[in-house]
Design a protein around this ligand. Structure first.
Ligand SMILES: *[C@@H]1O[C@H](CO)[C@@H](O)[C@H](O)[C@H]1NC(C)=O
Length: 286
């Protein structure tokens, strides 16, 4: 009898294991970039999905506000005992990285069974056991802090000196992507989309706050504290592969690297493929 499992029961059991997913867009971008993937994730039984509206997009505020927006959702879900996967696009990768600072004890140690060893179990506090685990961080075209800039904050350059030529810094406190006109922005972010979608999405890019982009990170999550996946967009013109590799090949960096045949914001042009990578990082065997 026990061997005859109803497919409904199997699906039901799996659905209970689905973690919460926190989705964080990049600079200038609104949570609407996730509109296509949320229904696909729901169909795959993910129920707790949060697309974060970054305070620094359209408002002159510091990065701390972005980090706090993610952290409050993260804390709530962990407090409910839910496991969580964080997904960040471009600058959103910097935000999720900072948001898990201090939570290393909640990192999932899947595969190593570290929590099953008595010596380790004793140092995991009762409080931590009741909380959910952080399954990992997924950086789609991550624009990330470098290890050396966190170790030695004085070495971090001003964002104006390392930004692409289409960034416009002419209005104090604000940054836009329209320094070289609309076509350059489309080429950077939406080169993989249809002309219709290029028009639609390029019209929805507010300014980003200068302070949010120029802030110095205080924590690096990708040197072993958390399971980190870096997704390289093969057609990404904003963080092309060579640029992505400058993060991945740093001494001490530990990423699982994945590829997607998409531009800088893969969720729009390749929603199903993006979801497959998210589900994989969430621990599904697909
Ligand atoms: C931007 O960051 C750099 C490097 O951290 C810092 O020296 C500079 O003062 C910042 N610029 C502004 C306008 O805050």
């Amino acid at each position: 009898m026990a061997a005859v499992l109803s497919p409904f029961l199997v699906a039901g059991a799996a659905a209970q294991d689905r973690p919460a997913i926190i989705l964080v867009p990049g600079a200038f971008h609104q949570p609407l970039v996730f509109d296509k993937i949320i229904p696909i994730l729901r169909e795959a039984n993910y129920k707790d999905i949060y697309a974060i509206d970054l305070p620094s997009v359209g408002e002159v505020v510091g990065r701390d506000r972005d980090v706090a927006a993610v952290r409050s959702v993260l804390d709530k879900e962990l407090g409910k005992g839910h496991n969580v996967l964080l997904v960040g696009n471009s600058y959103g990768g910097t935000v999720i990285g900072e948001a898990v600072k201090g939570l290393k004890s909640l990192a999932s140690k899947k595969g190593s069974n570290v929590y099953d060893r008595p010596s380790v179990r004793s140092i995991v506090s009762r409080k931590d056991k009741a909380r959910g685990k952080i399954l990992g961080l997924v950086f789609f075209a991550g624009y990330l802090p470098y290890i050396q800039h966190v170790q030695n904050p004085q070495s971090k350059p001003d964002v104006r000196n390392i930004s692409p030529p289409y960034f416009d810094f002419s209005v104090p406190g604000k940054v836009t992507t329209f320094g070289q006109g609309k076509a350059a922005t489309i080429n950077a972010y939406y080169n993989d989309l249809s002309a219709d979608e290029q028009e639609r999405y390029v019209g929805k890019l507010p300014f980003s706050s200068f302070d949010s982009l120029n802030a110095t990170a205080t924590y690096i999550p990708y040197t072993g504290d958390f399971a980190c996946t870096y997704v390289i967009g093969k057609r990404d013109n904003a963080v092309p592969e060579a640029f992505a590799q400058t993060y991945i090949t740093q001494g001490g960096a530990q990423f699982k690297t994945e590829y997607i045949d998409a531009g800088h914001v893969p969720f729009i042009g390749k929603p199903s493929e993006s979801v497959a990578l998210i589900r994989k990082a969430a621990g599904e065997n697909i």
